[in-house]
Write a protein that binds this ligand. Structure first.
Ligand SMILES: [Zn+2]
Length: 438
């Protein structure tokens, strides 16, 4: 008989009663309620509801503050002790059998982009509360303390998770958020203390693990009817400003063979960017998302073009490799058309954030145990999990987004898919609690 079966009696000190409590294990974990999750998602979507059927619940707005109160209520219902840290993160804690052990943290965010949907972030918070609710209802106790988190202002720049990992720059506090408040005032408005963000910080080793359940926001799972995405990491991003120098001249009097048209070179380069990306093997993505021709008149040959270049991938080396190939193409085009091309990196780069390898295996095993199909995949979008990789073994679970639509009122994930995600989350938490990370 294992120790977990030896300790079914816990003394409830406040009532002076002895109540039976079982040790939680992944093998006989209770099942998430798809219905309850759906009802909670619907209830949450009332806060900041927009006419298109989604939400505009930007961080620090009245809708966000009201939604946060709703979430705190759900956490209490699930038996969690709720606090708001100085960064405004809502944290619901459940003690474990051994309070000396580090907590297992899991959750996501409930703030949205303007004109957003009802699932981005919300599924992760409602799913995390579902896990706590199941453990509470079935009187199952873990060894480790568990903490459910709803991070502050994910959409405005991962504010809560940056603060939790001690990486929020003070200049970020002066940025005016979509709510109209600065992030500093916003944090205050949700019960935090922007002057004492150090208190929100969790040190490496302080948490046993972090797990985020989230909708995919892409179409890979939905198209292939796969239930669970095991996230390999959050891709790194690099940006360049591309400047093409040509010669502006009269569009009526300059013959075709005497032109040095910057826009034609830029167009050729945009095609080359796409060709390079699709030729080099890998899962990188490249985008030219903005282009400006100068002087920008119908009767003047473009003398100068400024355009953007973005490359994303899970491996820094591969981003560099793709960029080098693009730079070679740029030199060739510049020479052929006699239009110098300059590629200047813009300092917004975010490094790739791979998830913890063992965590991926634990999540995959949980999906397998449940008979759910799963796939290893990168996340092309940013998430709080990318910050958490700096301080704790981090894993991320994706569930399908219908048609891959996100950041839109048309965002949709079925109740069954949400429940699958919560079930994988619960089993992942219990496996970690049972020593799977050791
Ligand atoms: Zn999100």
């Amino acid at each position: 008989m294992t120790q977990s079966h030896m300790g079914p009696l816990m003394v409830c000190l406040t009532l002076g009663l002895v109540i039976p409590v079982s040790a939680a294990s992944a093998t006989d974990a209770p099942a998430a309620s798809a219905k309850r999750m759906e009802l909670r998602i619907q209830a949450l979507s009332q806060f900041g509801a927009n006419p298109e059927g989604g939400v505009s619940r930007v961080a620090y707005s009245e809708a966000d503050i009201a939604g946060r109160e709703y979430i705190k209520g759900l956490m209490r219902e699930a038996g969690l002790r709720v606090r708001v840290d100085t960064a405004g993160n809502i944290i619901g804690r459940r003690e474990g059998r051994d309070s000396g052990l580090p907590a297992i943290l899991f959750g996501s965010h409930i703030d949205s982009v303007p004109g957003g949907g009802n699932y981005d972030g919300d599924v992760g918070v409602v799913g995390a509360i579902e896990v706590a609710q199941l453990l509470h209802d079935h009187k199952l106790q873990t060894r480790h303390p568990l903490e459910v988190v709803s991070f502050t202002d994910e959409e405005g720049g991962l504010v809560g998770s940056l603060a939790m990992t001690g990486r929020l720059k003070s200049a970020a506090l002066d940025v005016v958020s979509h709510s109209g408040k600065t992030i500093r005032d916003g944090i205050r408005a949700v019960g935090g203390d922007p002057d004492r963000l150090d208190l929100a910080q969790r040190k490496p080793g302080e948490l046993k693990a972090f797990i985020e359940l989230h909708i995919e926001q892409g179409a890979f799972l939905d198209e292939d009817a796969i239930a669970i995405g095991v996230v390999e990491g959050i891709v790194g991003i690099r940006w360049w400003e591309v400047v093409v120098e040509g010669v502006a001249n009269h569009a009526g009097t300059t013959p075709m063979n005497r032109r040095r048209d910057a826009l034609l070179s830029a167009a050729e380069l945009a095609l080359a960017v796409n060709r390079v990306a699709t030729t080099i093997p890998g899962r990188h993505v490249t985008t030219v998302g903005r282009i400006r021709a100068e002087p920008g008149a119908p009767n003047v040959i473009p003398g100068r073009v400024v355009m953007s270049l973005e490359i994303r991938d899970l491996a820094s080396e591969n981003i560099q490799k793709v960029f080098d190939a693009i730079a070679t193409e740029a030199s060739r085009i510049a020479a052929a058309r006699q239009t110098p091309i300059r590629l200047q990196e813009v300092d917004i780069a975010s490094a790739p954030a791979p998830t913890h390898e063992r965590m991926r295996q634990i999540i995959a095993a949980a999906a397998k145990d449940l008979g759910l199909s799963y796939r290893l995949m990168p996340s092309g979008a940013g998430h709080d999990a990318q910050d958490m990789t700096h301080i704790a073994p981090t894993g991320m679970i994706f569930v399908p987004s219908a048609l891959g639509i996100s950041h839109s009122p048309k965002e949709y994930t079925s109740p069954e898919d949400m429940a699958n995600g919560a079930n994988v989350l619960l089993r992942t938490v219990l496996a970690i609690d049972g020593g799977a990370l050791e």
